[in-house]
Design a protein around this ligand. Structure first.
Ligand code: UDP
Length: 472
């Protein structure tokens, strides 16, 4: 019967917004192709997730529990956002590594046709293999960063220079791209025995064991890197992004900042936000405030700090909020990022280069000021500034998880002005607008991402039917 042949796919994203958001888009996409989908997540994300899936009959949520106390974290910590320090982050990854038994039970009970597991859970491939279930890996980043991190990890160019800031060229890489040891994440350095170093090693190995890799990017954005990853590095991969473009228009609550933007001229506001993880200290926040004010540009700035009535906020310069009235808007907490970037008043984006933010900016046709902090963000910066030439660097040079490299007000002022005004800004804007059009074509009937997705589904169906026939 039909029901027998409905594909059931289980998604197992890492517990952070930057991984969950594209996974929800992917789950909806799979559901739109007739699959039944289950998303595994923790209670921290359940309300957010329920809202996003809007009672879809084809999508279920299944709660898992991170064994935080077993690794010495406070009981109940079940998201990367609840983690305040790099040390806690190590422990959080360690706790995630203990989710195997829960996954085992779920897979045994549900026997999905495949598991889409976050690349941060490389061990999940072995768990699924026990039941003959193929695993698709979701790395949450672009081909460029995948190739870049493999280049560094496999060839260790950072060990052949005499200082952390001495440039080297990324080896076995399609373009001549300069990088420095200071930008290399510590877990790619082979020189420590942290949880993440072991994890990263496992991540580079599991690419060969799994069924393949799902990349949230589109071919036309980075053709040399899509080809390099598949043909030279020999990984099996499908580019099926930009995922968020498949699901636009849903959940669009009118946020007050969108009304504020309505009153502004096209390309006259810079949007400043550093994703869901970054955690700048007061000194850096104050420097950003001063730099933005000095630039003279209008801005929307997302600050992940709650306002406490009657308490003086150290990071806010004296009289700042008064002075910027009408000109700048501070959003506390969660901002509707995609609608903001797509608003015609927004002409630039100061970003930490998280892959989702970067791709959202490209799709909205908005040039960037790149301010990478951690993870693979320094690679994404190079893609934006050197390969695509749709952004300028603010000048952050050091990989530093959660807190970033300190950037001074003058550098902020200069980079913001460069991206908002003048000929260079216009050139970047027209280049990024062409990329935005290519992104839209990629997810249309006959587009590169749609073709890759169809090919993946054909593969999955034939794998499913052959195992179905074996069973009966
Ligand atoms: N985001 C948002 N509002 C916020 C902060 C983040 O909508 O206030 C979304 C953003 O649009 C993106 C995701 O959260 O889709 C962040 O992912 P990214 O890869 O850019 O960075 P991360 O948070 O993983 O560092």
């Amino acid at each position: 019967s039909q029901a027998h042949h409905q594909l059931h796919v289980i998604f197992f994203p890492f517990m952070a917004q930057g991984h969950l958001i594209p996974s929800i888009d992917m789950a909806k996409l799979f559901a739109s192709k007739g699959s039944k989908v289950t998303i595994l997540t923790t209670s921290y994300f359940t309300p957010f997730l329920s809202k996003k899936i809007e009672n879809s009959a084809q999508i279920d949520i299944f709660n898992i529990r991170v064994p935080a106390a077993e690794v010495g974290l406070p009981e109940g910590i079940d998201s990367a956002h609840a983690v305040g320090t790099p040390e806690m982050m190590e422990k959080f990854f360690k706790a995630c590594g203990k989710l195997g038994p829960q996954l085992d039970q779920i897979l045994e009970r549900h026997r999905p046709v495949c598991l889409v597991a976050d690349m941060f859970f490389p061990w999940a491939t072995d768990v699924a293999a026990k039941f003959g279930i193929p695993t698709l890996l979701f790395p949450g980043t672009c081909y460029f960063a995948l190739c870049g991190s493999r280049s560094v990890f496999l060839h260790e160019p950072h060990k052949k220079v005499s200082s952390d800031l001495e440039p080297f060229i990324l080896p076995n890489f399609p373009d001549q791209v300069e990088f420095t040891a200071s930008r290399v994440p510590h877990f790619m350095r082979h020189d420590d025995s942290t949880e993440l170093t072991k994890l990263f090693k496992a991540m580079t190995e599991v690419e060969f064991k799994s069924y393949g890799v799902l990349v949230n990017s589109f071919y036309e954005l980075e053709p040399a890197y899509a080809d390099h990853y598949r043909k030279v590095l020999g990984r099996k991969a499908w580019n099926i992004g930009p995922l968020f473009l498949y699901n636009k228009g849903s959940n669009s609550d009118e946020h007050e900042c969108l009304k504020w933007l309505d009153s502004k001229k096209p390309n006259s506001v810079v949007y400043v936000s550093f994703g869901s993880m970054a955690n700048f200290d007061d000194e850096q926040l104050k420097e950003i405030a001063t730099g933005l004010e000095a630039s003279g540009q209008q801005f929307v700035w997302v600050v992940k700090k709650e306002k406490k009535e009657g308490v003086k906020e150290e990071w806010l310069p004296e009289g700042f909020e008064e002075r910027i009235k009408g000109k700048g808007l501070i959003i506390r907490g969660w901002a509707p990022q995609v609608p903001i970037l797509e608003h015609e008043a927004v002409g630039g984006f100061v970003t930490h280069c998280g892959w989702n933010s970067t791709q959202e900016s490209v799709c909205a046709g908005v040039p960037m000021v790149t301010w990478p902090i951690a993870a693979e963000q320094f690679f994404n910066e190079k893609l934006v500034t050197q390969i695509l030439r749709v952004g300028v660097e603010v000048g952050a040079k050091k990989w530093k998880r959660l807190v970033g490299d300190f950037v001074k007000r003058d550098a902020i002022d200069r980079a913001v002005s460069r991206v908002m005004e003048g000929e260079e800004a216009e050139e970047m804007r027209s280049r990024v607008k062409r990329l935005a059009e290519m992104a839209r074509s990629a997810v249309k009937e006959g587009g590169s991402s749609v073709l890759d997705l169809n090919a993946l589904f054909d593969d999955l169906k034939s794998a499913h039917y052959s195992s179905y026939e074996n069973l009966h």
